[in-house]
Design a protein around this ligand. Structure first.
Ligand code: ADP
Ligand code: MN
Ligand code: MN
Ligand code: MN
Length: 358
């Protein structure tokens, strides 16, 4: 690793007794950025309802935000045998009780409740790049010039190809400990680029678990002194950008008889709202969706079976089986998963407004 870690020093203190106290880390999303702070409780907790509301006093913005606990996980950074310590994801509200303008979870939750009878599931593939904060370059890249061109890195092994696998491993286990449905991880196409998958997750839990997995990644990065960027085109040039492919299915799509037909109907509905989707599929996504580097061009909707250059792809094994899920390849790595899952469900399941027919 580029920078020596202090993890072994910290470990000594984490083995000290914490008495009968519980440490809870409150985590919230402030305008697409994660924040967190800790609090001691003097009782054990098992359910999110047992965690009191708190507030962010708005030091940097002059307005107080109410933090309302919505989902509970175990804290891998304060491990105990009984998993006593918790991470709690919070929704943000204004003091008058209305949802904070950037609280996209609130809207998403309403949509997921409305379409609950379709049982929407998601799986998101989070790509990211590790950054050496001292050099302000991707981890392991030479001080001057560039590493060897893409081709040998994807799913590669060996110290000449892989920079930062310790972080990937630590994060993977941290997610499992926390209770996040991490499905796997792989080394990506661009050097020091990686991916992890979360899912399948039903409804609102997709956004919750992806945000938590990102939180864990940033925290693991701190331990190793390595930064993370979710920018969709962190390096200009012949280097793959970073996406957050969103895999989606409903109950009907997962069933044998009408699976493929339901997917095709959903894709047609989604195609009518391509630019509305693009509007919530991440900042600077135009730098990534060029039609090259395994992307479909941002300016036109396309779809295909096994086509990695399309907006939406039906995986080959799904087409063969006639049921399963589809993959929306447009979302960028910096998306808010609540906004992505909301619009996919709305576009594919709501009645089509007549204004969309010409
Ligand atoms: P790719 O071939 O695009 O790299 P991955 O293996 O990285 O695919 O990711 C596939 C994703 O599809 C995983 O996140 C997984 O959770 C998700 N997935 C699998 N089955 C379903 C399903 N029925 N509905 C929604 N998502 C699913
Ligand atoms: Mn993948
Ligand atoms: Mn990928
Ligand atoms: Mn994919």
């Amino acid at each position: 690793m580029a920078i020596p870690s202090n993890a072994s020093l910290l470990d000594k203190y984490l083995r000290l007794s914490q008495g009968n106290k519980v440490q809870v880390e409150y985590i919230w999303i402030d305008n697409n950025t994660l924040r967190s702070k800790s609090r001691t409780l003097d009782y054990f907790v098992n359910r999110v309802e047992e965690i009191p509301e708190w507030y962010d006093d708005g030091q940097e913005k002059h307005d107080e935000i109410i933090l309302r606990p919505v989902a509970l996980y175990h804290d891998p950074f304060r491990p105990t045998r009984d998993k006593t310590n918790k991470l709690v994801l919070c929704d943000t509200y204004l003091p008058d009780g209305t949802p904070h303008p950037t609280n996209y979870r609130y809207h998403c939750h309403r949509i997921m409740n409305t379409y609950d009878h379709h049982a929407p599931w998601f799986g998101m593939e989070q790509e990211y790049l590790l950054i050496d904060p001292q050099k302000e370059k991707p981890l392991g890249w030479p001080q001057h010039g560039f590493p060897e061109p893409q081709g040998k890195y994807y799913c590669g092994v060996g110290a000449d190809k892989i920079f930062g696998r310790d972080i990937v491993e630590a994060h993977y286990r941290a997610c499992l400990y926390a209770g996040i449905r991490i499905g796997g991880a792989n080394v990506e196409v661009c050097p020091s680029q990686f991916e992890f998958q979360v899912g399948p997750c039903p409804g609102i839990t997709m956004g919750d678990e992806l945000w938590m997995a990102r939180y864990l990644l940033e925290r693991v990065g701190e331990t190793f002194g390595v930064g993370v960027t979710f920018h969709p085109k962190p390096v200009q040039g012949d280097w793959n950008g970073a996406g957050c492919h969103t895999n989606y299915s409903t109950k009907a799509m997962r069933q044998q008889d009408d699976g493929l037909a339901t997917m095709e109907d959903a894709i047609e509905r989604m195609s009518l709202r391509h630019f509305e989707h693009i509007a919530v599929y991440g900042e600077d996504n135009d730098l990534r969706l060029t039609g090259h580097h395994e992307t479909g061009h941002i300016g036109a909707f396309s779809y295909g079976i096994a086509n990695r250059g399309a907006s939406i792809r039906i995986p080959r094994h799904v087409a063969k089986q006639g049921k399963g899920y589809m993959e929306d390849r447009r979302p960028a790595s910096n998306v808010d998963p609540y906004r992505v899952t909301s619009i996919i469900v709305e576009s594919s399941l709501s009645p089509i407004p007549s204004s969309l027919f010409h």
